[in-house]
Write a protein that binds this ligand. Structure first.
Ligand code: COS
Length: 388
């Protein structure tokens, strides 16, 4: 067993850290306050290869592995969670799904612009009445005589929805078949019948843009169906397994930022004539933060390793349990660590003059999106027991 990284992995980690410190950290608080989408930074991140890290070079990506993706995500999230949210959707929910299930022509047309940072992608599964219970979706795609489809319905909580050029959409093609009646489609938002709805006012990751989208007799050509009809749910679940490793990485980056700020503060801040870090109650918090952070970090890398093994092995190899374990552990660690970080900083933790309150607000979403903590527990327990 070797815990060291390759030169390529260290190089993308260092490039992402450099970009995050110079270009993201200085503007993160202002973007959060204004709820402003960081378009220039996202374009630049695309040019650096950060929007398609695992995408082969022939489709405009960096052609690197899943460990590289985790290392880069951690660095970006440590500077700003919103940037890492946009990065994670482009990399995993969008590019990863298309790489696995799209045809050669579809990959050239739809992966390249997103992986290279020329455009932004999105993933549309959730609806106003269906989040965890994804098969309860109502958005309908009705097949026409020429093999094309007409889509009608609404999707909600679409990350990057307000700015996305292309969207990977899941819609019901045969409601009687439930999970097996869902299909995947590529949506070009420049076409007629696509509308963007209300933008969500959010607690955290405020610089990422989230909205409802609506389809009104939107016409999908036969060439834009992704995979086979009826395979959409499996595609969505497989994509979310990869996505959950991205969210775990994001949670690790965020937790690390809160932990490092706490260490600095505990060394500097004096109370009762001593640095507060010399008090046992603060020391206990620091020790517990360190343990949770390390566990989250290594389980996330372990999940990325399992993903690589599954992808190199027999077709359809899964890494659902590893991804769910990583996401659950890392998101709950991020929530706990940012909570404790605010507490150790006292009044300064509560003030917008320091980033702790932003970390705390941003952490919450990692326990909700791409499968709530309850769904992660359900996936883990079902896979462990074999019971449903
Ligand atoms: N990878 C590939 N296929 C998968 C899969 C995975 N991780 N998980 C399930 N499937 C397949 C199953 O093999 C089954 O296929 P068959 O019909 O061929 O047998 C099909 O999908 C249905 O699976 P299952 O019966 O387990 O589905 P459930 O309706 O019980 O749902 C949960 C399972 C609840 C785990 C799923 O709906 C889920 O993850 N929900 C959360 C959705 C989510 O993350 N939403 C956030 C949206 S993005 S912000």
């Amino acid at each position: 067993m070797d815990f060291s990284f390759t030169d390529d992995q260290l190089s993308i980690q260092s490039m992402a850290r450099d970009f995050a410190r110079k270009r993201i950290a200085p503007v993160a608080a202002e973007l959060d306050q204004k709820g402003e989408f960081p378009l220039d930074n996202i374009r630049e991140m695309g040019q650096l290869g950060l929007m398609g890290i695992e995408v082969p070079e022939q489709y405009g990506g960096a052609g690197m592995d899943s460990i590289s993706y985790v290392l880069a995500m951690i660095e970006i999230a440590a500077a700003d969670c919103a940037h890492s949210t946009i990065m994670s959707v482009n990399n995993t929910l969008y590019c990863n799904g298309l790489l696995k299930f799209a045809s050669e022509e579809q990959k050239q047309k739809y992966v390249r612009p997103i992986a290279s940072g020329q455009a932004i992608g999105a993933f549309a599964l959730t609806e106003p009445q269906s989040g965890s219970d994804a098969t309860a979706m109502r958005c309908r795609a009705v097949k026409q005589g020429d093999g094309s489809y007409v889509v009608n319905g609404k999707k909600s909580w679409i990350t990057s929805g307000p700015v996305a050029r292309y969207i990977l959409l899941f819609a019901m093609t045969d409601p009687d078949k439930h999970a097996r009646g869902i299909s995947a489609f590529m949506i070009d938002t420049a076409r007629a019948g696509f509308h963007r709805g209300k933008t969500e006012p959010k607690l955290g990751i405020r610089a990422s843009a989230t909205c409802e989208i609506e389809f009104e007799d939107y016409h999908v050509p036969a060439a834009d169906v992704i995979g086979e009809e009826g395979h959409g749910f499996r595609i969505a679940m497989g994509v979310l397994d990869a996505g959950r490793i991205g969210i775990a990485s994001q949670a690790v980056g965020l937790a690390r930022a809160a932990y490092e700020a706490t260490l600095d503060y505990a060394r500097e801040r004096k109370a009762f004539g001593q640095a507060i870090g010399s008090f046992q109650m603060i020391q206990a918090k620091i020790a517990d933060m360190k343990c949770k952070l390390e566990a989250a970090y290594w389980l996330t890398l372990r999940a990325a390793f399992a993903k690589q093994q599954a992808e190199q092995g027999a077709a359809g190899g899964r890494f659902s349990t590893e991804a769910a374990v990583a996401k659950l552990t890392a998101s709950e660690a991020a929530m706990w660590i940012t909570h404790q970080a605010v507490q150790v900083h006292g009044g300064m933790g509560y003030s917008k003059e320091m980033p702790l309150e932003r970390y705390f607000r941003d952490a919450k979403i990692t326990e909700i999106y791409e499968g709530t903590s309850e769904i992660q527990r359900l996936v883990i327990a079902r896979n462990e027991t074999g019971l449903r």
